[in-house]
Design a protein around this ligand. Sequence first.
Ligand SMILES: *[C@@H]1O[C@H](CO)[C@@H](O)[C@H](O)[C@H]1NC(C)=O
Length: 703
Amino acid sequence: MKTVVVLACLALALAEASMIPPKVVYKTKPVEADFVTKQEKILKLFVHPEQVDVEADYYKIGKEYDIEAHVDDYTNKKSVEEFWGLWKTGFLPKNVPFSIFYERQREEAVALFHVFYYAKDFETFYKTAAFARVYVNEGQFLYAYYIALIHRADTKGVVVPAPYEVYPELFTNSNVWYKIFRTKMQNGVFTPDFGTEQGIVQEGDRWVVYSNYSDYLTYPNDEYKISYFTEDIGLNAYYYYFHSYFPFWMDGDLYPGMKERRGEVYYYFYQQLLARYYLERLSNGLGEIPDFSWWHPIRTGYSPYVNYFTSFVQRPSYYNIPYEKNSEELQLLDTYEKTFIQYLEQGHFKAFNQDVDLRNSKSINFVGNFWQANADWHGKVARKDNHNSYEVTARRILGAAPEPVDKYTFVPTALDFYQTSLRDPIFYQMYSKILKYFIEYKKFLTPYTQDVLHYVGVKINEVKVDKLVTFFDYYDFDVTNNVFFTKEELKSKQFPYYVVRQPRINHKPFTVTVDVKSDVEGDAVFKIFMGPKYDSKGYPINIEDNWQNFVELDWFVHKLTKGQNKVDRVSTDFFYYKEDSVPMRDIFKLLPEGKVPTDMSTESGAFPKRLVLPKGTKGGFPYQFFVIAYPYTPAEKKFDAIKTFEWDSKPFGYPFDRPAHEVYFKQPNMFFEDVVVYHEGEEYTYRYNTPYYTVHHNEVTKH
Ligand SMILES: *[C@@H]1O[C@H](CO)[C@@H](O)[C@H](O)[C@H]1NC(C)=O
């Protein structure tokens, strides 16, 4: 009898353990008092961004501030004139969606960014931001503000909050909002069974809403199988950060180090993102990323249930692009593709006062600029903004939105925002198309030979990888910023807060051990990649067709000594990954102690750590690791700003940055190791969000 009781308690304890996300201890670093003040001011503008709080510190400052009267406080007066010119003729109104992909809205957002950027000191910047916080469209303000914080010299190192806390409505499905708004309006769950059935639980001073990822209603094909990945808040936040660091419209001169490599960063970013996505497709049985044509119906439908002031456009399967209506756009896309191939065949790009050698590997920067149609690719030859951008046009066509009514009124699609683009499967098909043009360019480059790849005197004898295990665990994120409060509530600060609880893919930490024999001494770079072992049909992959499908997991420098060297790398130290952001609520608590979280302040551009491994299967899914060692040459100082991407003098992604010759990839300083990824625990995320779990949870908290 006793054992039964003990077992029952144990079962409850276990259930409890898996119910609530574990408490995390944040890594922090100490900061000076004036940094704390600055950080606090910055964060406060992010609180309830869709409401103007007349009691808040920023309100009076922003309400009274006059940018034009302070024109001397900006280091670039033209930027003030430009902004003011637009402001006088009318800006995007409040309470409508803002998208950077619409021309007039973009012009305004960029002008706003410029006044933020050219404010001569922090005080002026703050006043300008407070002004915009009070008067400008919510999304437009946040957009320009984020980018300014990342790029201003005097806000380097400040912590910017995770986009899913700032715009939670773009990271959650609308049924969650029904539940939250109802809970708020009825001041709790009206009947206990409503809470149980709908997954709404009160825990202390917060409401927890369990949320499923989208299913087959949203993804009519099999794509719903990986919605836990495409809708992962960390992944979508990552894409938003990438854009904030490298906005396509930004003049390369504003960002040191960017100009020479932004096109290369562009290629590398999308290549890695798609390679990672492909690995996830493989273990879920989805296979290759499908191709599509501009001239045939778009097979992949997408019906998001996302609301951003208004509901998102739903694209049916076998969507017929309205060819006549979009003839200009389709012509642009077609010409863009053909122009590129023509220049490529000729080996030179000659236009806009440039003559680019398309047989040179360094021209990757140009090729990236061309496909991104960013502010650097025309050189300084003026051409309005990126009116003729392939990306922007493709997003418009594939988004399937009706034609906009006027310069401000449009029906939003997932592709209109960096926060939601990764949810739509067509996104990956579109970038896969673009990457194929890069590959065409790369096919003209001389593949690396033995001379380049070889590392004299260094031999990797063995690579050992721990058992690789993925699992789902709950993660809470604060969505209170999209809940509306009365003046009294805001004043009293006495109100519950709201979090969404979702199971997210995670993995057990693992170690990679590299056994190296060396006849030389010196600093060596080690890189660890993960790639497919078999293609979607089950055939062993050939590296010559798959070099672009390898994901870079780690980069580090190790001092080799003569003789045997044993190098251990723990996955938690992998170079390209960061922890989840610390919730704003907790940052506000850390500040009075003179601390800020380390991870978010320095590595905002890195990939979410939870997503290192693609989801495994019960019986194990095969992949392979590839390890290479090569002599270390540090990157030039001027590339400091982009060091989240790489930190030596090789091209990003080396040696998989160009077509590979199988025979040369058998050097002693390289090693391919077969690995298997297992998945433990519940296999499907929706199973976590059923009353079975939430009821249990209720029972436990009552005791
Ligand atoms: C999640 O989906 C499952 C399966 O459809 C359903 O039983 C459950 O109630 C859903 N949970 C929530 C919180 O919506």
